[in-house]
Ligand binder design. Structure first.
Ligand code: ADP
Length: 435
């Protein structure tokens, strides 16, 4: 028997003895027993009410505790209360850490119930899916992210593959949704990740492959066509001179395209900046200008070179030659005969600047942002005829990126265009010629 039971029995025994003694003397021990027993009962009632009030108000029962069973009940209640509070504190610490972690997530996380009603969402859900929590708690997910593809996906309930979609609240992005059922009741955790960049990279890669195939197919068709004719013909080879000439032209064109493609992929794959060389830009520009004059031939473009003769720069010579010659040859190939072309090389404010201005037809503003895309041409037919591959400005952009430079294009319809390469001034070098 526990000590509290012992005390309780002793109290009862005491009441019985003390209550029955006066009754035995007076001859009415019923009445004399009733009075202390009523007191005992009232004391129990008082303790019950006290316990109930404390539990109701969630207050801690304070000592001193009464002797006997009530003392034990009070003490055990206080122990349970303390344990409960400790658990509550641990849970709330865990919940606030979970909330902080969920708020720091760059991906949207949403919990929905059996009927697709939203139960919880993190802050990123607002940016990616337009869901604000707790304001939208209880609303249907399909009402907020109203998209037939999402509806079908949830209906099919096959979540083995993620779903890619453009959320209706933000048409400029693409998100990948993953749905994971959890818990015994039907609950789902939805994670949405912004994959816009990846999507565009894949798109560009797909376009690129199809463009490359398209570009190489035309020359190949021409060559194989003529070859077939030659194989099946019994005429003398001299009579096929024209065909051979065309085949030669097309193979040269293919070679140029492949060289440009290889240059581009080398620039893309080699991420390291290699700028240790001191590049004699004025001399390089002189040599490119005379090559441009040769390219112009009977079109007689008028080329002016205005460069600071002692201004050199740190960089990769072959890459810079490739970028500058692309800009200068473009000015020759994309402007009418006798147009004036001015090549400038100087310090300009906080930059080093190479500019190529022409007096050609100019480029409509709508094309300018896309000119550095691979195979983007204002007039594809004309560009091919003039020997262009559509890769020149993409190469320029990559070379400039590797030299922390920037390409700016200004153009006015009917007046001409200026392509300028700006480099940081730290790359400048003064080269004084030896006496
Ligand atoms: P391409 O090999 O066709 O020249 P680029 O990438 O070098 O390819 O240039 C892309 C397009 O930009 C050209 O097809 C042409 O339409 C336009 N372009 C480039 N430079 C000039 C210029 N100086 N004047 C007018 N159009 C130009």
């Amino acid at each position: 028997m526990s000590p509290s039971w012992n005390i309780e029995l002793r109290i009862l025994l005491g009441i019985a003895i003390l209550g029955s003694l006066p009754g035995a003397f007076l001859g009415n021990w019923h009445l004399s027993l009733l009075i202390p027993l009523s007191g005992y009962l009232l004391w129990h009632l008082f303790n019950l009410i006290r316990l109930r009030r404390c539990l109701d108000l969630r207050k801690r029962l304070k000592p001193p505790y009464p002797p006997g069973l009530w003392g034990e009940i009070y003490q055990q209640t206080v122990t349970l209360q303390k344990r409960g509070q400790r658990r509550k504190r641990r849970l709330s610490r865990f919940a606030s850490r979970f909330r902080e972690a969920a708020a720091a997530l760059p991906d949207a996380a949403v919990i929905i119930g059996e009927y697709r009603e939203m139960e919880w969402a993190n802050p990123a859900a607002l940016r990616l899916l337009g869901i604000t929590w707790p304001e939208m708690q209880g609303q249907s997910l399909l009402k907020i992210v109203s998209h037939p593809v999402l509806e079908e996906y949830l209906q099919q309930a096959d979540y083995s593959r993620p779903l890619e979609l453009t959320p209706p609240n933000n048409k400029g992005i693409v998100v990948s949704l993953r749905v994971t059922p959890f818990g015994r009741t039907q609950h789902y955790l939805i994670l949405a990740r912004d994959i816009t960049q990846l999507y565009h990279v894949n798109q560009t890669r797909r376009d690129f492959v199809s463009n490359v195939s398209h570009e190489l197919r035309t020359p190949l068709t021409v060559i194989s066509g003529f070859l077939e004719t030659l194989v099946h013909s019994d005429k003398k080879l001299t009579e096929h001179r024209r065909a051979l000439q065309l085949m030669h032209q097309q193979t040269e064109r293919m070679e140029i395209i492949i060289t440009d493609l290889l240059t581009l992929s080398r620039l893309e794959m080699d991420n390291e900046e290699r700028m240790q060389e001191a590049v004699a830009v004025p001399l390089m520009l002189e040599s490119i200008t005379s090559e441009a004059r040769a390219l112009s031939g009977e079109h007689r473009h008028v080329l002016h070179l205005e460069s600071e003769p002692t201004l050199w720069m740190l960089g990769n010579e072959s890459e810079l030659r490739s970028a500058f010659s692309n800009l200068i040859f473009n000015a020759v190939r994309h402007t009418p005969q006798r147009s004036e072309i001015t090549i400038g090389w100087k310090k300009s404010g906080d930059n080093l600047c190479l500019s190529v201005s022409d007096t050609g037809e100019g480029i409509a503003a709508i094309h300018i942002p896309r000119l550095t895309e691979r195979f983007y041409r204002v007039d594809a037919g004309r560009s091919r005829k003039s020997g262009g591959t559509g890769l020149g400005l993409a190469i320029v952009k990559h070379v400039l990126n590797r030299h922390r430079g920037e390409l700016r294009i200004e153009s006015q319809a009917g007046k001409g265009s200026t392509f300028s390469c700006y480099f940081p001034l730290e790359l400048a070098m003064r080269h004084e010629p030896a006496d």
